[in-house]
Write a protein that binds this ligand. Structure first.
Ligand SMILES: O=C(NCCCCc1cc2cnccc2s1)c1cc(-c2ccc(F)cc2)cc(O)c1O
Ligand SMILES: [Mg+2]
Length: 214
């Protein structure tokens, strides 16, 4: 059966990107996915919106749910200040194996902790395992029907504080209707929609930024 799609993407990164240069890793993945084969990275339309929110928050502690091949992990980690930490969670071991190599190719492995497992199982263990009291920034990009239960879990575990910023991918396509309804109507969040496009396509998608009000 040969290489998987993530493995083919990794080969394209190893061939075309400069080791230790996150921007070249991002460019190599975007080129591959736009011209060779589509993949579910946040991509180069939504990516700059992600960048601007991360830069504005400048998080000391960040959480990413849904690593996939590490594209958004690299986008986030390259913007973190020295001493800041990104924890990224991936359910699929094969994806995680590729992501580790892509993150390492970008030279960002010291800023990133990749954890394998389901978000529902891992979130309650984060405080004890990583000594983190709360997250300044959370990027949601995993199972779309887990966005809502998982932010409630983050609240219940005391992992959000006043001012914590949530950024959710795919709120239009594939869509996260229950999540959107909740964050847009809850008095505990101030929400804002950033319209964009589904990665590497002309279909509409967007990111929802929600500030936790405590
Ligand atoms: O499913 C998507 N992302 C989630 C992968 C779920 C794996 C994980 C579950 C889990 C549970 N716990 C912890 C960690 C994790 S990681 C996804 C799909 C599309 C898409 C696909 C077809 C299409 F026609 C149009 C859009 C676009 C996107 O940008 C996506 O992000
Ligand atoms: Mg996504």
């Amino acid at each position: 059966t040969g290489l998987s799609r993530p493995q083919r993407m990794l080969k394209a990164v190893q061939k075309n990107a400069t080791k230790g240069d996150p921007q070249s890793v991002i460019a190599a993945i975007d080129y591959y996915c736009r011209h060779k084969e589509w993949a579910m990275n946040v991509g180069d339309d939504k990516g700059p919106i992600l960048d601007s929110v991360v830069s504005e928050v400048n998080p000391s502690t960040a959480l990413e749910l849904g690593t996939y091949c590490g594209y958004s992990t690299v986008r986030i980690a390259r913007l973190l200040s020295p001493g800041s930490k990104l924890i990224t969670v991936e359910f699929n071991p094969a994806y995680a194996a590729v992501a580790r190599q892509i993150i390492a190719h970008a030279g960002l492995q010291n800023k990133v902790t990749l954890v394998e497992g389901g978000s529902g199982d891992l979130i309650p263990k984060i405080k004890e395992q990583f000594g983190i009291t709360s997250f300044d920034f959370v990027f949601l990009d995993h199972w779309k029907d887990r966005y809502l239960p998982d932010i409630k879990l983050l609240e219940d575990c005391g992992l959000l504080k006043k001012g914590s910023v949530l950024l959710a991918d795919n709120v239009i396509c594939p869509g996260t209707p229950e999540y959107l309804e909740y964050v847009r109507n809850s008095p505990r969040y101030k929400s804002q929609y950033f319209q964009s496009y589904l990665e590497y396509t002309k279909a509409e998608d967007g990111l929802e930024k929600s500030v936790f009000l405590g």
